[in-house]
Design a protein around this ligand. Structure first.
Ligand SMILES: [Fe+2]
Ligand SMILES: [Fe+2]
Length: 271
């Protein structure tokens, strides 16, 4: 299975780049499954239902969220009736929506997509390790489920690596989101799980993690909250990862980064 994962879409710049590029990109990369983190699509904070719809029309199969899941309140009723949008599975019991979704591809193959959120330098939450292990106990990689993708939404690389090594061999891909900076550590772990500490964002990199740099820097200089941060509006770089898996085992055969457009060095997966 060819799996394309795109990191946090930030603001109009990120949305426009992804909706304009993804239809052709999906064909170019022969992606069977496309997963996008959409937690910052709405002006940097949350995801509007109309924006989720636009990402689905452009070619997303599943949209993941994160700590900004509920910044747009309209998403709360929307997620209850749109299972292709998932939020972290370790949110408290009773939270709207679900933390995972099984995608059925047109050819009949099925993939499980899940999201968990880290706890280091993040809001207090249930244990992402044990809640993920409980969920995975209900699925068998390589049998009825051809691939399993885990979006680990976290700040600290130590927690991300600990999570990835914990599930090495049990999932196809662990990819980090939330920092908005792509890491250069994409690899296949010894057990066969593809990994990247952070996919990076789909947004303008002449910014502070997607937000206008002046306002963001002022907070550090003055320790004052200042005005609400605005997303940077320059050309976005689409950042993500292409992973190819073996359907018989569900494990990764290759993992290569994608960086397209905007100001970051360009990278096209050769897989
Ligand atoms: Fe984010
Ligand atoms: Fe986040």
């Amino acid at each position: 299975m060819r799996i394309l994962f795109l990191g946090d879409v930030v603001g109009r710049s990120g949305r426009d780049a992804v909706t304009a590029t993804l239809p052709a990109l999906r064909t170019e990369l022969r992606a069977d499954l496309v997963i996008i983190n959409g937690e910052n699509a709405s002006h940097g904070f949350g995801l509007g239902p109309d924006m989720a719809q636009a990402l689905f029309i452009a070619g997303a199969d599943v949209i993941t969220l994160g700590n900004h899941a509920w910044d747009r309140k309209e998403l709360i009723p929307y997620i209850a009736q749109e299972p292709r949008v998932i939020r972290p599975l370790n949110f408290p019991p009773g939270t709207p929506g679900a933390g995972s979704f099984v995608v059925a591809l047109a050819d009949g193959r099925r993939a499980l997509v899940l999201q968990a959120m880290g706890r280091l330098f993040m809001d207090p939450l249930d244990d992402p390790f044990r809640t993920t292990a409980e969920l995975l106990g209900r699925y068998k990689l390589g049998a009825s489920i051809a691939a399993i993708v885990a979006d680990f939404h976290a700040e600290a690389t130590s927690e991300k690596l600990s999570y990835a090594h914990s599930f090495d061999g049990a999932v196809s891909l662990v990819v980090g989101t939330h920092t908005h900076v792509p890491s250069a550590d994409h690899q296949i772990l010894p057990g066969g799980t593809a990994y990247q500490s952070d996919a990076g964002m789909c947004g303008d990199y002449d910014s502070v993690i997607g937000m206008a740099k002046q306002g963001a820097a002022t907070r550090f200089w003055t320790k004052m909250p200042g005005e609400r941060l605005q997303p940077a509006d320059g050309e976005a770089t689409i950042c993500g990862l292409l992973v190819v898996t073996d359907d018989r085992t569900g494990l990764a055969l290759g993992a290569e980064p994608l960086r397209r457009g905007g100001r970051l060095s360009q990278a096209t997966p050769v897989l």
